[in-house]
Design a protein around this ligand. Structure first.
Ligand SMILES: Nc1ncnc2c1ncn2[C@@H]1O[C@H](COP(=O)(O)OP(=O)(O)OP(=O)(O)O)[C@@H](O)[C@H]1O
Ligand SMILES: [Mg+2]
Length: 569
């Protein structure tokens, strides 16, 4: 996967990366010469040859300024390419997520998915880019610094080489602990995003139940937990730093001692020692940088794994094709359909046949599986046993996008976007103003839309927040009418409508049912009593079927469910 990511996202940016590397090459080379000149200046000061100093100092200044300019350009391009690469990964991850099937999406919380898109992709882009450009910089500075170090003192260079494995190996012992701790931190951030997302998506519920202090406390508890997890991580970081600094300190003292002996034996000038020290500084810095890459890449592997988990999820093929199209839907058959979201079964060998156009109602107690039935028909989930047929063809053989386009699905809480009234009804389809107004009139939306300052161009807010729940249902019904399909799945679409509008909508459905199959799920007798056939679901199966009149006579459960409405009527 690492290699795949590098190939897919970094390879297309190779020219920018090469340009960046050339900048780094020049910057590092120029930066590497100044310590040498610095040492020479010191030796000139000690020997009293002040007149030659000025030219060297001017040279040093020029080199420093060129180095600073190169470093600024390099920073700009480095940040730009990191952003571009992380955005490319984000876009792909987002596209992947929205093409995953519901069964796979159900395994993640929304916060978890947002965290992976937002943070893990950025971490991957930054770590790899730092690594790619950093390694180049390190190699150049190591070569140049070694060259100058040998030139200045071979003895001290040998001592440094002997110490090198200890300098490098110090932090490696913490690698595993560091990775585990980082994984725990990431898991925790997932939880935090999930929690925040849940709270911010339910402000009304939170406020109406006066849950502010409950959530404040919960947030407090979560942050205490966050601090606990982070503190463990900081301890490991601290241990790593201490180990590194202790090794460096021992090394510095040792080198000072050896240098002292060499200077007193006149094998090394003070100026050369100062220069040497700066080159060794660069070399140890390079070592530290290598270790920080090791650590950074360890952290990056955690993010890669989290992104990889999503990239490895199967996706639904939602491309439209002329093959296996559904056409006019004339009959539907559920044959011994068994399904459960997790272990518990919701449908247990359910059989149901709808033959020809008509209005069909499905009723049953809460949680008996009515909505699930519709979701299986849309292939949002797959049954574990049994088959579903449309026009005698198994729905698993249909082109998925076409199947879904041939069905008007109106769930109880239909989705609304922070877009215009027009877009929310047409969903981007081209519809002339007259037809749109006609449909809105049928579902009693015209007065409401005309009352809006920007009418059809009014933005309806996040999740349609400016709309009442009844108006939201009218939007969903208008949308379905525009779709003009031969199968309607209506899941409690009248639950929030007032009596008059409900009557109007049921009349519309009855008219539509002359040449369409309309499946209605409802807990309201007034919505379903005119249906051609009513199916009563119980214990994962269809227990009884008949017209309203037949059902009242036949089924105790049916009578019980609608007792109140029956008494009134
Ligand atoms: N995504 C899901 N993951 C796990 N379980 C689920 C999921 N959706 C529904 N269920 C469970 O499946 C069962 C059937 O749910 P379903 O929504 O189909 O019931 P329903 O008959 O439509 O109920 P209601 O009348 O309340 O709308 C319930 O026990 C529910 O808790
Ligand atoms: Mg339901």
């Amino acid at each position: 996967m690492d290699r795949e990511i590098l190939k897919k996202y970094f390879a297309p940016k190779k020219f920018t990366l090469i340009g960046l590397s050339i900048l780094i090459l020049f910057g590092t080379a120029i930066g590497s010469i100044t310590p040498y000149i610095f040492g020479k200046v010191i030796d000139l000061i000690i020997s009293g040859r002040i007149s030659s100093i000025l030219i060297l100092m001017l040279l040093m200044l020029l080199l420093e300024i060129i180095g600073a300019i190169l470093s600024s350009i390099e920073n700009y391009f480095g940040s730009k390419v990191t952003l571009e690469i992380s955005n490319l990964i984000k876009i792909d991850l987002f596209s992947k997520i929205i093409c995953m099937g519901m069964e796979n999406l159900d395994q993640y919380t929304k916060g978890e998915l947002i965290n992976r898109i937002e943070n893990d992709t950025s971490a991957i882009a930054k770590s790899y880019l730092d690594f790619i450009t950093g390694i180049f910089q390190i190699v150049i500075s190591v070569i140049v610094s070694f060259y100058f170090a040998i030139l200045l003192s071979q003895e001290l260079t040998v001592v440094f080489i002997l110490f090198f494995p200890i300098l490098y190996g110090g932090t490696m012992i913490f690698k595993k602990k560091y990775k585990q701790s980082l994984e725990r931190m990431k898991e925790f951030t997932d939880k935090l995003w999930g929690f925040t997302n849940e709270v911010f998506g339910n402000f009304e519920g939170l406020k109406s139940n006066v849950l502010e202090s409950f959530f404040q406390k919960k947030m407090g508890v979560m942050f205490t937990e966050s601090e606990r997890v982070s503190k463990k991580f900081f301890v490991i970081q601290g241990e790593m730093n201490f180990c590194q600094n202790a090794i460096n300190a021992i090394f510095d003292c040792f080198m000072l001692g050896v240098a002292g002996i060499l200077i007193s034996n006149r094998k090394l000038s003070i100026g050369n020692y100062v220069s040497f020290n700066q080159y060794i500084g660069t070399l140890t810095q390079a070592t530290a940088q290598v270790m920080s890459f090791v650590v950074g890449l360890t952290a990056c592997r955690v993010s890669v794994q989290r992104v990889e988990d999503i990239f490895n999820e199967p996706i639904e093929d939602v491309s439209l094709s002329d093959k296996n199209k559904v056409g006019t839907i004339e009959n539907i058959k559920f044959e011994s359909v068994t399904f459960g979201y997790q272990d518990a079964l919701v449908l247990k060998g359910l059989n149901l046949t709808l033959n020809g156009a008509g209005m069909y109602a499905v009723v049953g107690k809460n949680g008996c599986g009515k909505s699930t039935l519709l979701k299986l028909l849309l292939r949002l989930y797959r049954q574990s046993a049994g088959n579903i047929f449309i026009n005698g063809n198994n729905i698993k053989n249909f082109n998925l996008a076409n199947l879904r386009q041939q069905i008007s699905y109106i769930p109880k809480n239909s989705f609304l976007l922070n877009e215009t009234v027009r877009f929310n009804i047409t969903l981007g389809r081209k519809v002339d103003d007259k037809s749109l107004a006609e449909i809105c009139r049928k579902v009693d939306l015209v007065d409401f839309i005309e009352s809006l300052p920007h009418k059809y161009e009014e933005i309806i807010g996040e999740n349609g927040c400016i709309l009442s729940s009844g108006t939201k249902q009218k939007f969903a019904i208008a949308r379905a009418m525009l779709q003009n399909t031969t199968l309607w799945l209506c899941d409690e679409i009248t639950s929030d409508l007032d009596g008059d509008v409900e009557k109007k909508i049921v009349e519309i459905l009855q008219k539509l049912a002359k040449d369409k199959i309309i499946i209605i799920i409802s807990h309201k007798l007034s919505t379903i009593d005119k249906s051609n056939m009513i199916f009563l679901m119980h214990d994962g199966c269809i227990e009884e079927a008949g017209t309203n009149k037949e059902m009242i006579g036949r089924s105790c459960l049916y009578r019980q469910m609608f007792e109140e409405s029956l008494n009134i009527s």
